[in-house]
Write a protein that binds this ligand. Structure first.
Ligand SMILES: Nc1ncnc2c1ncn2[C@@H]1O[C@H](COP(=O)(O)OP(=O)(O)OP(=O)(O)O)[C@@H](O)[C@H]1O
Length: 261
């Protein structure tokens, strides 16, 4: 790939259709190493689909996705090798429910990275400790709260030592108390300089941590800019309407304490 040495991912002119429905329409974006990119937009904008395409979970119809100098979308791409460089955190955790936390964490290390049990265990314990759940080593996912399961899922992704972490609405399935615990772990990753793409409806969090924000609607990138620009000085009417709508909804919640989170 040409361009700056610090560029980690490049997405050019990506188009994705489900049948007749064009869900992503000519989407382009660049991610530099250490950058935190937030993706926001209304329901159905294509945010989750985009992030699934970036991890090779959805085939694309046109365009290219590059990770460093390797094309993810090439027909002969080694997807296992590429995916082990990209950590993915799903909305619904996606832990294996029949495996303990320990085995969830070690599975990729042993199967994909081919590590011996002792090596895998050292890494897995370190990552579980990092998300504050060392004591849950032998627990099963069902014995954990949603927030704890999501932190295990983050630890599992981190154990593979990814260069890039993708988060697809990581807190939207959680109760309000758990949201804070997951966002705290994510803030620590930001502080450590992890490269992250975060799809989230937690606007205050995105505004606080993102270097760059993409506002999407109907499968297109409507506007991209700094958090300050998107949240306070948006150029596009569509972006302003979305941000103002959220602000109005939050004021409504504050007026009605029964609805407030
Ligand atoms: N597997 C699928 N098959 C058919 N249509 C799909 C599929 N996945 C998503 N879609 C459609 O693609 C569009 C974009 O969905 P997507 O989940 O990417 O949006 P989103 O911006 O993440 O929305 P939300 O914020 O509600 O999660 C929607 O119209 C959705 O119905």
């Amino acid at each position: 790939m040409t361009g700056s040495a610090t560029q980690l991912m490049r997405v050019s002119h990506l188009t994705k259709r489900f049948g007749e429905h064009t869900v992503l329409d000519d989407v382009s974006l660049d991610v530099t190493a250490g950058e935190v990119k937030g993706i926001i937009g209304p329901s159905g904008a294509g945010k989750s689909t985009l992030i699934r395409c970036l991890n090779g979970l959805e085939p694309i119809d046109a365009g290219e996705i590059w990770l460093d100098d390797t094309e993810l979308t090439a027909r002969k791409a080694d997807m296992d090798a590429l995916r082990s460089r990209i950590g993915f955190v799903f909305q619904d955790f996606n832990l294996f429910t029949h495996l303990t936390v320990a085995d969830n964490l070690m599975l990729g290390l042993r199967r994909v990275r081919g590590l011996k049990r002792a090596e895998a265990e050292t890494i897995a314990r370190r990552e579980l400790d990092r998300v504050g759940l060392a004591e849950k080593w032998r627990a099963y996912p069902a014995e954990l709260s949603g927030g704890q399961q999501q932190r295990v899922s983050i630890a599992r992704a981190l154990a593979m030592q990814p260069e890039l972490m993708l988060f697809d609405e990581p807190t939207s399935a959680l109760d309000p108390e758990s949201v804070g615990s997951v966002l705290r772990v994510m803030r620590e990753l930001v502080a450590e300089g992890m490269t992250m793409i975060i799809v989230s409806h937690e606007m205050a969090f995105i505004e606080a941590v993102a270097d760059d924000v993409l506002f999407m609607a109907e499968g297109r990138v409507v506007e991209e800019g700094s958090a300050r620009q998107i949240f306070h000085e948006a150029r596009e009417q569509r972006t302003r309407g979305f941000i103002d709508g959220i602000a109005a909804a939050l004021v409504g919640e504050a007026d009605d304490p029964g609805q407030a989170r």
